[in-house]
Design a protein around this ligand. Structure first.
Ligand SMILES: Cc1cc2nc3c(=O)[nH]c(=O)nc-3n(C[C@H](O)[C@H](O)[C@H](O)COP(=O)(O)OP(=O)(O)OC[C@H]3O[C@@H](n4cnc5c(N)ncnc54)[C@H](O)[C@@H]3O)c2cc1C
Length: 418
């Protein structure tokens, strides 16, 4: 890389690495993104595509432990933990459990709210002004409840969202649902429409954003894995990669679920565990839903794209397991049956899994690596990486430039786990 313009090497070409590349390029840096596989092909590929400021409540909430324990006795539960002797995994769950308290949930929620709102404004700009093509739709997100009890329980969550975070929804009783979206079955209990949420097609976003950046001179290098980090006197000097040594002025590690593996190399604890989820993408049903939907009682999401239709869910802590069990895919299909007149179609286009980068406090890790002047982490986005990508890129660019960031990044700092 030329010495005249300062350079940044970004390890990890998921949506977070791509977003960092965008904002750093805009800030005047020469940027190269390297990935051990293909750009945008990991967790950022087949997810549900919600850009959802309504998701301010973190996974670390008081009911999480009850759900986790119950799921141990239900073979088909969306949540699953594979028994392990790995002490890092035990520690992760212990720290996670310690945070499942009401007050902590509200505190984390307020940090997520600030991040989500900033990211949403950035998405508006990216889509409307920069012309990123990703099947963007300001459709809102419809939470559909099957039972009266489900409706009562969700109404409490909705009240909390409104009263504490100012997140508003329109409530619909069951009888109104077929009028709202004719794809919904009669007899459902009701729904809440979060009108400020949006949807996009994640694989299109990554492809279009990358193309855009390529045209503007950002470099992308695939099948290039970071093997080790050469550091001295508080600086990263170079990275040893599967394609040889690589150097830049600054380094960003946006390595998603794999980030924990780089902890020793960077001399910092990065407690990120892979949280595996699945999706199945099909041809659109004739009676395709108008709204993207979540079915909280079955913990399944449905997204109607222009040229496809996706069901996605599950959270498995099973390590880096590559399998896609057919029973999980069938389970996704079945989960939509209580809600939709045409819940699935026979033409499967893709079955997919992704490893979410899960932190034990439900917050991403964004900031300078302790004791390293020129290395930054942008990882741990849990279930919200797509929604939080633009704000992450914006924060990382500000940190590297040394200008004041768009919001206080203190709760996200990488040294909080010591
Ligand atoms: C079923 C499901 C549904 C979801 N739905 C949503 C949703 O609706 N909305 C939302 O906001 N989020 C959603 N998510 C979460 C979201 O997909 C993730 O948070 C996000 O994709 C994480 O992006 P990332 O760039 O950090 O990780 P990734 O996309 O996994 O990218 C990390 C990249 O780093 C590379 N890498 C790792 N190690 C190295 C190394 N040593 N050297 C070089 N490269 C390396 C990997 O190859 C990979 O390409 C969902 C996730 C799942 C599983």
């Amino acid at each position: 890389m030329s010495k005249a313009t300062p350079s940044v090497l970004i390890a990890g070409g998921g949506v977070i690495g791509i977003a960092c590349a965008h904002y750093l390029h805009r800030a005047g840096y020469r940027v190269i993104v390297i990935d051990q596989g293909k750009i945008g092909a990991a967790c950022s590929h087949g997810n549900c595509g919600y850009i959802c400021p309504s998701h301010v409540l973190p996974l670390t909430e008081p009911a999480a432990l009850r759900v986790a324990i119950k799921s141990l006795f239900q073979p088909d539960a969306p949540f699953r933990v594979k028994p392990t002797l790995d002490l890092k995994v035990w520690r992760w769950f212990w720290e996670f459990a310690r945070r499942c308290r009401h007050q902590k949930m509200l505190e984390t929620g307020s940090h997520l709210k600030a991040l989500l709102d900033t990211s949403m404004s950035e998405y508006h700009r990216l889509v409307n002004k920069e012309g990123i093509r990703c099947e963007w739709r300001e459709s809102g997100l419809l939470y559909v409840l099957r039972t009266i009890q489900g409706m009562r329980d969700f109404a409490k969550t909705d009240r909390l969202l409104t009263e504490v975070f100012g997140v508003q929804a329109r409530r619909f009783e069951g009888a109104a649902l077929p009028g709202l979206d004719p794809s919904l079955k009669a007899g459902l209990a009701g729904a809440f429409l979060y009108e400020d949420d949006a949807m996009l097609r994640p694989e299109r976003l990554c492809a279009s954003w990358r193309e855009h950046l390529l045209d503007e001179g950002v470099d992308f290098l695939e099948d290039c894995r970071v093997l080790s980090v050469d550091r001295s006197k508080g600086h990263v000097l170079s990275l040893l990669t599967s394609k040889g040594p690589m150097q830049a002025d600054h380094y960003v590690f946006a390595t998603g679920a794999w980030s924990g593996e780089l902890g020793d190399e960077l001399g910092v604890s990065i407690p990120v565990q892979p949280g595996k989820g699945y999706s199945v993408t099909m041809a659109r049903p004739h009676l395709c839903p108008k709204y993207p939907m979540l079915f909280p009682e079955h913990r399944v999401g449905m997204t109607p794209f222009d040229g496809g239709y996706r069901l996605g869910s599950m959270m498995e802590f099973v390590g880096f397991d590559h399998s896609i069990p057919e029973r999980r895919i069938q389970q996704l299909r079945r989960s939509a049956e209580p809600y939709l007149l045409e819940p699935h179609t026979p033409q499967t286009r893709e079955t997919w899994f992704g490893w979410r980068p899960m932190t034990w406090d439900s917050l991403p890790i964004i900031g300078r690596v302790p004791r390293l002047e020129n290395a930054f982490l942008a990882t741990g986005h849990n279930m919200l990486g797509l929604s939080l990508a633009p704000v992450t890129g914006k924060l990382i660019a500000a940190m590297i430039q040394g200008v004041s960031p768009c919001l206080d990044p203190t709760p996200l700092r990488p040294d909080r786990f010591h």
